[in-house]
Write a protein that binds this ligand. Structure first.
Ligand code: AMP
Ligand code: ZN
Length: 108
């Protein structure tokens, strides 16, 4: 998917404020934050949306969910945070590379 903006971020073709990376997933700050902390967590492999996943993606999806408290705590969200995965046009998805939003306000 050469014209996918998140694939471009994965390849390093366009910059992003990265906060976590391993061989399978990447997390970076949302360019238009809807909360004081707004991070997007994506698989490096191009998957359009949750509608394009299957049971074979259980490990990857489980890993992404299990990473959310790790990333959240690192950004001051140890007291709590929201997650969202907008799925499909009818689900409000704008960028068609699967991504999990992590949103919150750091607590003192
Ligand atoms: P969604 O509606 O779930 O598809 O959300 C897409 C999100 O991607 C929005 O919150 C955008 O602000 C964010 N976004 C789009 N382009 C970039 C980019 N180049 N870097 C970081 N975040 C982006
Ligand atoms: Zn992509």
């Amino acid at each position: 998917m050469t014209d996918c903006i998140f694939c471009k971020i994965v390849r390093g073709d366009i910059p992003a404020n990265k906060v976590y990376e391993d061989d399978e997933v990447l997390a970076f700050k949302d360019i238009r934050p809807a909360a004081p902390v707004h991070i997007l967590l994506i698989p490096k492999r191009h998957i359009e949306s949750m509608l394009n996943t299957s049971r074979e993606d259980e490990a990857l999806l489980g890993k992404m969910l299990a990473l959310t408290p790790v990333i959240a705590r690192e950004h001051g969200l140890g007291a709590g945070y929201k997650t969202a995965i907008n799925t499909g046009l009818a689900g409000g998805q704008e960028v068609f590379h699967l991504h999990l939003h992590i949103l919150g306000t750091p607590q003192p």
